[in-house]
Design a protein around this ligand. Structure first.
Ligand SMILES: *Cc1c(COP(=O)(O)O)cnc(C)c1O
Length: 464
């Protein structure tokens, strides 16, 4: 090792220790740093790579928490932000307007899911992260009924195993015990309908039958509480934080029908699955469904800046028009519609057209299918499932669905470390390993990902 290499390693160590003196990291038991979990100081990003301060390169197979679409430091998005920053960095959006906010709203409404015979989504409300976007949608649905004098409509229906963010309102409609349990006394009451997750289908049941069965459960809840429910919130197609659990698009169709039949708003949380992740631009399209409220964030800015958009119908918007200020939707965040974030989002949307991203993704997704197929044969792989650019491996003790690993084995953590040592960022959800790479991932990188995943699964499950 040369003197130069030692200096680089020292540099990584230097940042690691400065970090641990002052930072409190998200979704982390800080006690596990630095011994159980390595902390990886990153210097820069290049396409699908993250480059560490130790000079090592890490393939970002989780798109930096599902935000990145076209690679790190994508120059077109970076330049759009720089240009905007030199023009207008921020302006209050109450009473004022700016071109990036208007143009982005126009574009989002033009590409939003549509359903024949239904008035299209008509208005855009901005927030500055996914959870805040979910809060906006929940408050809008609730407040709309209040404005109509329907005060009994105060409940939300959400799905078992769903995730909508971690602010108090968003947690109230989430069902991941790890995030929710301790805060339960603070949370608003929600009604949870069965998950349509086809991983837990009954033996012999198809994904569509499983979705129908879950829809029957939803019907029961909606019928039992008719008149008390303002909205149903769900993640179309893939429950991402819930372990990349996937369901048949038929479910959303059924959910739409039930909402229509009972005058309940349908909130589609496409914060993770939007912008091409599941093969179509929006996952709702696969069901031919248009929600009443659509929550977008994460990939919206290509992974550059925090921004959320909530798209609403004209009917919902009109329900707030009144002489009274209290009937208005007063929700606000200081950075609502930040021009830099809007500029990043506009650049992101233009890349979808310029690079024919969805077509490229189709080819990438089928390559992912091919490369993952042999891994299904590994002894502890119980399931390999895919929705477009999301592919997940379920690891269990017996390699079947009925015998999960003892959680104390921490298979996911073992896999995380094993992959990181091999230069790939795989951050499992429990014992679910998944690929959710930036769309720019190339064939060499996919091969590396597949080989590393194979070695990672073998190493992580060797303790079993
Ligand atoms: C990530 C996520 C959120 C929350 O977004 P944040 O920006 O992390 O607050 C909400 N819903 C879904 C489906 C998500 O995946």
């Amino acid at each position: 090792m040369s003197i130069h290499d030692t200096a680089i390693l020292d540099d990584a160590g230097h940042w690691r220790s400065r970090d641990l003196h002052v930072l409190w990291h998200p979704c982390t038991q800080m006690r596990e740093h630095p011994d159980v979990l390595p902390l990886v100081p990153i210097e820069r990003g290049e396409g699908a790579w993250l480059v560490g301060r130790d000079g090592r390169r890490y393939l970002d197979a989780v798109s930096s928490w599902w935000t990145n679409l076209f690679g790190h430091a994508e120059p077109r998005i970076a330049q759009a932000i720089a240009k905007q920053a030199l023009t207008l960095e921020q302006v209050i959006l109450a009473g004022f307007s700016h071109a990036p906010a208007v143009e982005l709203a126009e574009k989002l409404l033009a590409i939003a899911p549509r359903e024949p015979g239904r008035a299209s989504l008509a208005k855009v409300f901005y927030a500055d992260n996914g959870s805040a976007g979910v809060e906006v949608a929940l408050k809008m649905a609730f407040h709309w009924f209040r404005n109509r004098g329907e005060d009994k409509r105060s409940k939300f229906v959400a799905l078992a195993n769903g995730y909508h963010g971690e602010t108090i309102g968003a947690l109230s409609v989430g069902d991941i015990p790890l995030y929710r349990r301790v805060y339960a006394p603070l949370l608003a009451e929600a009604l949870f309908a069965p998950s349509p997750d086809s991983y837990v289908a009954e033996p012999g049941e198809t994904a569509a039958e499983c979705a129908e069965r879950a829809a029957d459960g939803l019907r029961e809840i909606i019928e039992r509480h008719a008149g008390e429910i303002c909205a149903l919130i769900l993640e179309p197609r893939v429950q991402c934080a819930g372990g990349m659990r996937m369901h048949d698009p038929l479910y959303l169709r059924r959910a739409r029908e039930l909402c229509d039949a009972h005058g309940v708003f349908l909130i589609a949380d496409e914060i993770a699955v939007g912008f091409g992740r599941t093969g179509t631009l929006f996952a709702s399209e696969q069901s031919g469904v248009q929600p009443d409220l659509l929550c977008l964030s994460k990939g919206l800015t290509g992974g550059f800046l925090p921004l959320a958009a909530v798209l609403a119908t004209q009917t919902i918007y009109d329900g707030f028009l009144d002489d009274s200020r209290e009937r208005a939707f007063l929700h606000s965040h200081s950075y609502t519609g930040n021009p830099l974030a809007c500029a990043a989002a506009l650049a992101t949307l233009s890349i979808f057209d310029a690079d024919d991203v969805l077509a490229r993704n189709r080819a990438t997704a089928s390559r992912m299918t091919e490369l993952a197929a042999p891994l299904a044969e590994l002894p502890h792989v119980a399931d390999v499932r895919q929705a477009g650019m999301i592919l997940a491996f379920e690891l269990t003790q017996g390699g079947d669905k009925r015998t999960p690993f003892d959680p104390s084995l921490r298979i996911g953590l073992r896999a995380y470390r094993a992959a990181l040592e091999r230069g790939v960022v795989l951050r499992p959800l429990g014992d679910t390993l998944y690929w959710m790479p930036p769309y720019c991932i190339d064939d060499d990188q996919l091969l590396l990902l597949a080989h590393t995943t194979r070695d990672t699964i073998i190493e992580a499950t060797a303790c079993a």
